[in-house]
Design a protein around this ligand. Structure first.
Ligand code: C2O
Ligand code: CU
Length: 475
């Protein structure tokens, strides 16, 4: 991957040894407060957090309800979810419910589905999810800045009947941060053109649920579900899941029709992607989730195993997640489209336009626009395509840039039909975000069945801001 250069150039700081592990009692996350009218109340505002070692300087972040990550929102499939967003920031904001096949008016995209919620104002979201699974929510106004400062949280949709109880269901939101010498969030580099034109804002320090190297004690012989979420702006994490003896049971919220043993070697988890894994620790094991993309692999979370009651559970006895029902693309009738990705440093530029005018070097410098889809930088006036409701859309995406990208479609999940150079074992699975390496071509297909205006963009948030954003419409 081209952005490997970023990893080795900055690297992750090393130094939290086993002695530095923070032990977390219990799995119960910070829950959203529910007001008397049944709304979860989520206030976006500033709060201080120590991202580095416990005695290091605190960073001033933007968070939901003062938590990093924001409070967990958890509901049953089909249940009505009501959230009141209160904006205590000094700029407009909105919340996007990533991966939910949602009612368009509730999708939370400022400038497309709603106006940004002004400082001091509130906005009420009300939606249901047709799918169970692991999702997340995050700011969707100047996301490169707002998500990069901490505005995200977990959104868990439970299956109709409980598969794992709360003691065996753990959500891990992974994020990388760029810290300065004192261990504080590096603020001056937000919006750096170097990041926007290269691999996006990469960090040098990794947190899990806002902590450095948390430790969760598991019981031997019991099955656990781990929900992994990559909340980083741009970092493609490479995780060693085989080392956990894990089975991959869901990707991007969708339970796999055929769960698989974690492949040996690095498992890539791109920005915004999720992977649910099941593992059964054995007595005497000391397990850790390891990040292996750099030259010096390191633990990101540790799982000491306490001797449990039984130790005989095998894969065969592992709980099975019910598969959501998604509309199957009808490939015989598919409308075939192409999305050509260009621009960025060291890439093919070709002719590009922005707001209807040619994108010259000078305009690039002024506006920070330097990537394009089909020659057009950023949210064009004209949609990428307009679909009839129920139409099958097949998109062949060709990456003619020098960087990897994480393409995300709003309101729909798609099947991966073809990958010229697979980054993840996700062939034919449902996803809402897919990774595409430089020079690669990937073909996806989905049924455009959700009416409204939907974004299709790179989830490397600097790339999205710098041109890699388009939209489509479903009648
Ligand atoms: Cu995770 Cu456009 O969003
Ligand atoms: Cu990108």
């Amino acid at each position: 991957m081209a952005d490997k250069g970023g990893v080795s150039r900055r690297g992750f700081l090393q130094g939290v040894g086993a002695a530095g592990a923070v032990s977390c009692s219990g799995f119960l996350p910070f829950r959203a407060a529910v007001a008397s009218d049944g709304f979860f109340e989520i206030a976006a505002g500033r709060s201080e957090h120590r991202l580095y070692k416990p005695d290091a300087a605190a960073s001033s972040l933007w968070t939901y309800n003062g938590g990093l990550p924001g409070p967990e929102i958890r509901a049953r499939r089909g249940e009505t979810i009501k959230v009141r967003l209160i904006n205590n920031l000094e700029e407009g904001t909105s919340i996007h419910w990533h991966g939910i096949r949602i009612d368009n008016a509730m999708d939370g995209v400022s400038g497309l589905t709603q106006q940004a919620v002004a400082p001091g104002e509130t906005f009420e979201y009300e939606f249901t999810s047709p799918d169970a699974g692991t999702y997340w929510y995050h700011a969707h106004n100047k996301s490169w800045n707002q998500v990069g400062r901490g505005l995200y949280g977990p959104l868990i949709i439970e299956e109709d009947t409980q598969v794992f109880d709360r003691d065996h269901d753990l959500t891990l939101l992974l994020d990388d941060w760029r810290l300065d010498q004192d261990g504080k969030l590096h603020l001056e580099s937000f919006g750096s053109m170097m990041d926007w034109s290269h691999a996006g804002r990469l960090g040098n320090w990794l947190t899990v649920n806002g902590k450095s190297l948390p430790s969760y004690t598991l019981n031997a012989g019991e099955a656990y579900r781990l929900r992994l979420v990559n909340a980083a702006n741009a970092r493609i994490l490479e995780l060693d899941l085989a080392g956990l003896g894990a089975r991959i049971v869901a990707l991007d919220g969708q339970a796999l029709e055929a769960p698989m043993d974690a492949p040996e070697g690095p498992f890539p988890l791109g920005p915004a992607q999720r992977a649910d894994i099941i593992m059964v620790p054995k007595a005497g094991q000391a397990l850790a989730l390891r990040e292996v993309s750099g030259n010096a692999p390191f633990d990101v979370a540790q799982f000491p195993v306490s001797p449990g009651s039984t130790d005989q559970q095998s894969h065969a006895a592992m709980p099975v997640l019910p598969v959501n029902s998604l509309p199957e693309p009808d490939l015989s009738k598919a409308r075939e489209l192409t999305l050509h990705m260009t621009g960025g440093a060291m890439g093919m530029m070709g002719a590009m336009t922005y707001k209807g005018a040619p994108l010259t070097r000078e305009i690039m410098r002024e506006t920070g626009q330097l990537w394009a889809f089909n020659g057009v930088a950023n949210l064009p006036e004209q949609s990428f395509f307009a679909a009839e409701r129920g139409e099958t859309i097949a998109v062949t995406v060709r990456n003619d840039t020098a960087f990897a990208h994480a393409m995300h479609s709003h309101g729909h999940h798609f099947r991966i039909l073809e990958q010229s150079l697979p980054l993840a074992p996700d062939m034919n699975t449902w996803r809402d975000t897919f990774l595409i390496a430089p020079g690669e071509t990937t073909k996806i297909a989905f049924v455009a069945d959700n009416p409204g205006k939907w974004l299709f963009h790179c989830h490397m948030l600097e790339h999205a801001a710098a041109g890699m954003t388009t939209w489509f419409e479903v009648a």
